[in-house]
Design a protein around this ligand. Structure first.
Ligand code: HEM
Length: 121
């Protein structure tokens, strides 16, 4: 196994852990109405963007194909997830109310991105 293959696989595992850090707290808090926590989701959504970008690089170094349009869609959705998490976090911290729609938006968009990753071949 080449160095780039090991790197890509470590990045892919990191990518799955980041995915869990976004979708896990979303499912855990689905029925919550107050005191929503966005901290883990924030870390997860940043991990997704960074590990995703590095995965593209690792694939290119290995000579594996990269679907640019699919990656652009995934990046756009991942940035929307990140934006929703940041807005939800700010609203929660300032006790402004209305944080829950952003929790739901971030969670469902992350699940949509799993769909894009798996279905778009
Ligand atoms: C919420 C955000 C994201 C989720 C939930 C997600 C989910 C996934 C999943 C489930 C896979 C494994 C299935 C597959 O190999 O197709 C995957 C792989 C991959 N993702 Fe993401 N992803 C996200 C963001 C991103 C971003 C922002 C990028 C880059 C712009 C990216 C790039 C990649 C690449 C290159 C692979 C293939 C890895 C390989 O097998 O070599 N992902 N992603």
């Amino acid at each position: 196994m080449s160095g780039w293959e090991v790197t890509r696989l470590v990045l892919l595992i990191t990518h799955f852990v980041g995915l869990a850090a976004v979708i896990g707290p979303f499912i855990f808090q689905l029925r919550a109405r107050t005191d929503l926590s966005f901290a883990t989701m924030l870390v997860g959504s940043i991990v997704q963007v960074v590990s995703g970008g590095l995965l593209i690089g690792a694939r290119r170094f290995e000579g594996l194909p990269v679907d640019d349009l699919k990656m652009a869609v995934k990046l756009a959705v991942a940035l929307l997830v990140l934006a929703a998490v940041v807005i939800g976090m700010v609203r929660q911290r300032r006790r402004m109310g209305g944080a829950r729609p952003f929790l739901l938006t971030a969670g469902w968009l992350a699940i949509a991105n799993v769909g894009v990753a798996v279905v778009w071949t």
